[in-house]
Design a protein around this ligand. Structure first.
Ligand SMILES: NC(=O)c1ccc[n+]([C@@H]2O[C@H](COP(=O)([O-])OP(=O)(O)OC[C@H]3O[C@@H](n4cnc5c(N)ncnc54)[C@H](OP(=O)(O)O)[C@@H]3O)[C@@H](O)[C@H]2O)c1
Length: 235
């Protein structure tokens, strides 16, 4: 990781925060983003980052993603790894799921990754190398009752990444989709489901999986990884 130029979105979240700490400790050049400026500042301090290496942005907003791209390249000469750890889970049955829930979910889990690609993929393409990690989660692979909005966004994310992967297959640009089961993070704070959070994957362990994914061999690619709680987390 030493010397790699890395952007972490959702860095103020449960998984993103742990990833940022691991990568900073491993000697990566780190740039962090999320909306919460106070949390970003605290994380930047914990990771020994200068103030220039963080930028508060709403990545559902095209203008803010363009600004994020500009700020990143004011500080760093290139991007080697983009880790998109921003996302939201709204889990409600159809009779409770509102249009605004659906649109918000799609905006953050699908449109934002699209905006990140629109802004940063040209930089990866210019160097014909790099790694882009997204976290569809297992609900981007298998359905669950109440996950109409979430799965729509994550299945969409998987479809988008698989298509773009076809476009760049003559380069050394790697795409990795991480299919996580339940991870104990603030993600679950607003979800009204009976789950045992102490049986979930710990955020530190999910971050270690991402750290592992950043070490891909030159001759290979980890296109997908599935990491599930060892114990079934539903009561
Ligand atoms: N936890 C799980 O069980 C689980 C399982 C499978 C997949 N995943 C996926 O893993 C990713 C990370 O999840 P997590 O558990 O770390 O969630 P989390 O703790 O809730 O963190 C979510 C992150 O997204 C950021 N975010 C929210 N809205 C944003 C916006 N409009 N613009 C920019 N950033 C925004 C939040 O930062 P601010 O509030 O500062 O903006 C926060 O950093 C998500 O994509 C999630 O779908 C999680």
């Amino acid at each position: 990781m030493r010397g790699k130029y890395v952007l972490v979105t959702g860095a103020t979240g449960g998984i993103g925060q742990q990833v940022a700490k691991l990568l900073a400790g491993a000697g990566a050049h780190l740039f962090i983003t999320g909306r919460n400026a106070a949390k970003l500042e605290a994380l930047g301090t914990a990771c020994n980052l200068p103030a220039s290496n963080r930028f508060a942005a709403d990545i559902t907003d095209a203008t803010e993603v363009t600004a994020l791209h500009g700020r990143f390249f004011e500080v760093f000469p290139q991007i080697d790894i983009l880790i998109n750890a921003a996302g939201i889970g709204i889990i409600k049955p159809m009779d409770q799921l509102e249009e605004k829930d659906f649109i918000h979910t799609l905006n953050l889990n699908l449109v934002a990754p699209f905006l990140l690609l629109k802004n940063f993929l040209p930089d990866f393409k210019a160097r014909k190398s790099g790694l882009i990690i997204n976290i569809p989660g297992v609900l981007g692979k298998v359905p669950m009752a109440g996950a109409a909005a979430y799965s729509a966004s994550k299945y969409g994310l998987v479809g988008m990444i698989q298509s773009v992967r076809e476009e760049i297959k003559r380069t050394d640009i790697r795409f990795t989709n991480l299919f996580l089961g339940g991870v104990d993070t603030p993600f679950w704070d607003t979800i009204d489901l009976r789950v045992q959070r102490d049986k979930m994957v710990q955020a530190e362990e999910a971050a270690k999986a991402i750290w592992f994914l950043c070490q891909q061999p030159l001759s290979g690619v980890v296109s997908e990884m599935v990491l599930q709680p060892f114990n079934h987390q539903a009561i």
